[in-house]
Write a protein that binds this ligand. Structure first.
Ligand code: RNT
Ligand code: ZN
Length: 413
């Protein structure tokens, strides 16, 4: 018997419908972060990466122009099944020579080429103001800066990004999740914790004061516990961000690299969904710190997806990838990470959630544990392979990537 048919029968014996799982999986958009392709450099100020985040490694062939980055993303798209959105940072603005637009003055015209690219691939957008890697960061600070001119510059940047997000949503007909994250914090013990947070709050209020269509632009706020060079204090802590989004009715964004090492986002999702209508996620992999390694098909990624599925929240949770590894082929990094998210989602869709819930509610904990262990060795690989086949995507992607490396990447300086 065909491997998929046999897997289908095995799942059916647990009451699981693999066909239903596959058609669901196909519909869930994953927001593809553009910044894996060029080590988070972008095209505007081309400064070294700052903001307490870091890429390590120097694998040859990174994209340095919009054309190269688009070509690489195109390759990624050809190796990933399902629906994707394109997640851009403002620093990926395409500014012609002689045009002096800076972060406080960029506008829709700097994203026209991206719009054409997204339309060609039937992708929606997500968007991010870029509060790092720029000469206007003063003492490493943006929206929390005590220097009024600096703070205002970044407030203007935030406003421009809402306008650009609205434009991107209008062009594609799909809502844009616009995520605000700032690195602002302190390397050493602060002399004032309240001041920067008060300025952050005020800056956000100012950014959000411009009129925009809230059905088109979903603004969210990403918290963080620490950054490199900001080890002692982060203005946008979890409590700050959670309280702010609740008060203003915007969305929380949780990045699973942004918590203390034994805290897990999978445990936070249900709590958040009881209070927030919508929730945004950055899926990443921290190794000992917020290292942003490529996402793998690992326990926590599976647990995150299981939570989204069993909370019946696929339409309330926005899933985006967020990592950057410069030590390996960047296309492979992208493809491996996005496929891992999708595989974890498939794993989640193949769980007998009603049965597991009933075992828990009935206090049958021995069976609950045993069944969850049994499910781990079910033939999900055969269902995944069938999915790729139906989507017309190759299973083994390394040969394709090697060929692209030979032909394209090696030609780049
Ligand atoms: C940094 C945050 C943030 C960035 C991107 C580039 O720790 O996770 O989301 O990774 O915006
Ligand atoms: Zn993030």
């Amino acid at each position: 018997m065909d491997r998929y048919e046999s897997a289908k029968e095995m799942y059916a014996s647990y009451g699981i419908d693999t066909e239903a799982a596959l058609s669901k999986l196909k519909e869930v958009p994953i927001s593809l972060h553009c910044w894996q392709g060029d080590d988070v450099i972008g095209f505007d100020s081309k400064q070294a990466l700052s903001g307490g985040i870091q890429t390590t490694g120097n694998y040859p062939g990174k994209a340095t122009t919009p054309e190269e980055l688009m070509a690489d993303i195109e390759k990624v798209i050809s190796l990933v099944p399902g629906r994707l959105k394109l997640n851009l940072h403002a620093s990926y603005a395409i500014i012609e020579e002689g045009d002096h637009a800076d972060r406080d003055s960029i506008s829709s015209k700097h994203f026209e080429k991206w719009v054409a690219f997204a339309k060609k691939h039937h992708m929606g957008f997500d968007f991010n103001p870029t509060f790092f890697s720029h000469p206007k960061m003063k003492d490493g600070l943006s929206l929390t800066s005590p220097d009024e001119e600096t703070r205002k510059f970044w407030v203007e940047h935030g406003k421009r990004c809402i306008e650009i997000s609205e434009y991107l949503a209008g062009e594609t007909g799909m809502p844009v999740v616009m995520n605000i994250w700032i690195p602002d914090g302190m390397k050493d013990i602060p002399g004032d914790r309240m001041g920067p947070r008060a300025r952050y709050k005020q800056s956000l209020d100012e950014i959000l004061s411009i009129p925009y269509d809230k059905s088109k632009v979903l603004v969210c706020l990403e918290s963080k516990v620490f950054g490199i060079g900001f080890e002692s204090y982060t203005a946008g802590s979890s409590e700050f961000c959670m309280n702010y989004v609740m008060q203003k009715g915007i969305l929380p964004l949780m990045d699973n690299g942004h918590y203390h090492p034994t805290e897990v986002v999978s445990d936070k999702i249900s709590a958040m969904l009881l209070f927030s209508d919508k929730l945004a996620l950055h899926v990443t992999r921290g190794v000992r710190w917020d290292s942003d390694h490529v996402v793998l098909y690992d326990d926590e990624t599976k647990e995150i997806m299981k939570e989204i599925v069993r909370c019946d929240a696929l339409d309330r949770v926005f899933i985006a990838t967020d990592y950057f590894d410069a030590s390996i082929n960047r296309i492979a990094a992208w493809v491996t990470g996005v496929r891992s998210v999708q595989k974890a989602l498939l794993f989640a869709l193949l769980q007998p959630n009603a049965t597991l819930k009933a075992l828990q509610d009935e206090g049958r904990f021995t069976e609950l544990m045993a069944l969850q262990e049994e499910l781990k060795t079910m033939p999900i690989g055969d269902v995944w392979t069938e999915y790729l086949k139906r989507e017309g995507i190759v299973s083994a992607y390394i040969p394709e990537i090697k060929a692209y490396e030979e032909k394209i990447l090696k030609e780049r300086m």
